[in-house]
Design a protein around this ligand. Sequence first.
Ligand code: LRH
Ligand code: MN
Ligand code: MN
Length: 431
Amino acid sequence: MSIIIDSGRVAEHNAQLRAGLDADYEALGGMLARRGVDIEHLTEAAQRFAVALPSWGVGTGGTRFARFPGRGEPRNVFEKLDDCAVIHQLTRATPGVSLHFPWDKTTDARALRQQAEAHGLYFDAVNSNTFQDQVDQQHSYKYGSLTATSAATRAQAVAHNIECIELGKALGSKALTVWVGDGANFPGQHNLRGALERYLDSMRDIYAALPADWLLFIEHKLFEPAFYATTIADWGTSFACAQTLGDKARCLVDLGHHAPNTNIEMIVARLAQFGKLGGFHFNDSKYGDDDLDSGSINPFQLFLVFNELADAAQRDGAAFKPAYMLDQSHNVTDPIESLMSSAVEVQRAFVQAQLVDRVALRAHQEANDALQAAQTLKQAYRTDVSAILAMARVRNDGAIDPVACYRHSGYRARVAEARPAKAGASSSGIV
Ligand code: LRH
Ligand code: MN
Ligand code: MN
C-alpha cells in the first residue's frame, strides 16, 4: 500500500479553494491581456516546468555545527523517494530526484527504479561524495580527494566517481555532478597550480568513463571546508576545466557558492553564451553556503537569473536545457514543506521571466534608456503570478495550496509511526 497522500484528499482540498482561484485567475488574465499577454500560454509553460529534488534535502536538516533530526525522517533512499513523491504529488513541479552516493547507495537499483516509476519520478544527476570519509574507506580525504598528493587517494576518488556513473546508469540518470571540498587552509599548503593539474588529471579519467549521452557537471564553491584556497572556487576555474575536459563537461551553479553580492545572473549569462551552463543547485543565502529555501532571501536575484535563462532560451532554442535542481537543508522547518515552497518559488521566477517584454527591453537597451529598461524588468517581477502557478498545479492534478494540503493530510504523523525516531546525528550529512 502506498504511503503517499490519497488523491481524493487532494481533490477535496482543491474543491474548497477552486472558486477563489478561478476568480483570481480571471482577474489576472484580464490584467495580462491588457498588456498583450495570453495567460493560457504562461500557464502551459508553468505546467511543463520542472526542478529536481535533492535526496539529501528530505533528511535530517542542520548545519555543520549540529543536526536536529525531525519526526518521521526517512531512514533510507526508498523512504526518501516516498517523501519526494509527496512533494511532486502536491506541486507537480518536481518529477526528478538527484541522488547522492554513497548516502543513497542501494544493492537493489531495480527496485528503486521501479518505485520511482510507480511514483512518476525519474533520476536526475547523481552526485559523488569525496568530501567525507566513509567507515570502510582505505585512504582518507583529509588532505583532498581528486587533488590529493597521494596517487592512491586520487585513484580511490576517481574509482568512486566511476562507481557513481555505474549506479546512475542502472537508475536512468544522465549526468554526474562533481563537487569537491579540496583546498588549503594555509598559504603555501598547496601548490595552487599543481593541485588544479592533479584535479584535471583525475577528472580526465572520470570523463573517459562517461557514457556518450551523459554530462559531467563541475560544481564550484568559493570556500568551505577549505578556508584559504579552494581548488574549484569560482566559475572561471570551473569554466576553464569544463573547456579543457571536453563538450560533455559543463559548469553547475549553486546559488549559495559565491561571495556575497556576486552578480550571479551575469555568471549565468557568461556560461550560457559559451555553451557551458550545465545546471543549477537552487537555494538562497545571505552570507555563504546557507542552503536556505529558494527565493526566501533574495527573490529578485532568482528572477534575474531566470531572466538570463529566458534570454538564452530565446537565442538558442531547444538546444538550451540546463538541469534545474534544488539543494537545501534546514534546522527549523519540515523539509517537505520547505522543498515544496522552494520548488514553487523557482517556478514563480521562471514564469515572471516569461513575462518580460523582451521587444520593449531590447528597444530601451538600444536607446540607452536605463530607467525604462529597469522598469520593464520590474513590471514583470512585480506581477503576482500565484494564480498561474496554482492553476498549473490543478491542471496537473496537484494541490492549489501544497503546504496547506500537506499539513491537512497528516503525512508527517503517518510516517513518524512507520519510521521510529533516530537518536543523534545522521550519517547522511549535509555540507
Ligand atoms: C556542497 C554542496 C554540493 C554537495 C551538497 C551536499 O556545499 O552544495 O552540491 O553535493 O552540498
Ligand atoms: Mn550544491
Ligand atoms: Mn553547497
